[in-house]
Design a protein around this ligand. Structure first.
Ligand SMILES: C[S@@+](CC[C@H](N)C(=O)[O-])C[C@H]1O[C@@H](n2cnc3c(N)ncnc32)[C@H](O)[C@@H]1O
Length: 188
């Protein structure tokens, strides 16, 4: 499995409006996100999905966006501020080995890992950290691009998620991607 990280200078490509047509972020995320939620978004890049998340959580909610590349987060903050959502979005710099979210144990209502798990050095460690941050019964939408990630690699990542205590609740259809909605047990 390759762990090459998408360089920050490719970040603007991820903001390509054509992606909106295939992914339809508001419709997709609107299935899972409610006003007032605490949302964790590891690997947000320049915030293609962070803005829709911030819109959906509303003024009482929070999106915690955690990336290893400060330059991705710098642009994300600019876009969030321009949209008027600065108070709803917190950014954090992770290390490749850890999201540095030890303070969030049991505090997250929904997490989104979109096109980023294949870039982490250990899917096992990643899912353990995210599972710990989810409150009992909360969900993680896990999505990988089918153009970059093989079916076998996605299956191996899914197995790592299950080993971390997450179960597959649904398999949403997202064009050009594999996707699984993972749930932490309600009585963890
Ligand atoms: C391909 S981009 C996807 C960005 C965004 N999720 C999207 O779909 O537009 C992957 C992002 O994950 C970040 N990333 C890679 N490894 C990471 C790690 N170990 N922890 C947190 N973020 C990571 C990269 O810096 C990059 O911003």
């Amino acid at each position: 499995m390759a762990h090459r990280v998408c360089p920050w200078w490719m970040g603007p490509l991820l903001l390509n409006p054509l992606r909106r047509w295939t992914i339809k972020p508001e419709k997709l995320l609107g299935n899972y996100v409610r006003e007032g939620m605490n949302v964790l978004e590891p690997g947000p890049g320049m915030g293609f999905l962070t803005l829709p998340l911030a819109r959906l959580v509303g003024p009482q909610g929070k999106v915690i966006a955690v990336d290893i590349q400060p330059k991705m987060l710098e642009k994300l903050r600019q876009r969030v501020a321009a949209a008027g959502f600065a108070t709803r979005v917190e950014t954090r710099v992770a290390t490749p080995d850890s999201l540095q979210i030890f303070d969030l144990v049991g505090a997250i209502d929904f997490a989104l890992a979109f096109a980023m798990v294949h870039e982490t050095p250990s899917a096992e460690r990643f899912f353990h950290e995210v599972a710990a941050a989810l409150r009992p019964g909360a969900t993680l939408l896990f999505v990988e691009p089918s153009g970059h990630v093989s079916t076998e690699s996605f299956a191996a990542e899914l197995a790592a998620a299950q080993a971390a205590g997450l179960t597959v609740d649904a398999e949403p259809k997202i064009a050009r991607n594999y996707a699984a909605l993972l749930r932490k047990a309600a009585t963890a």
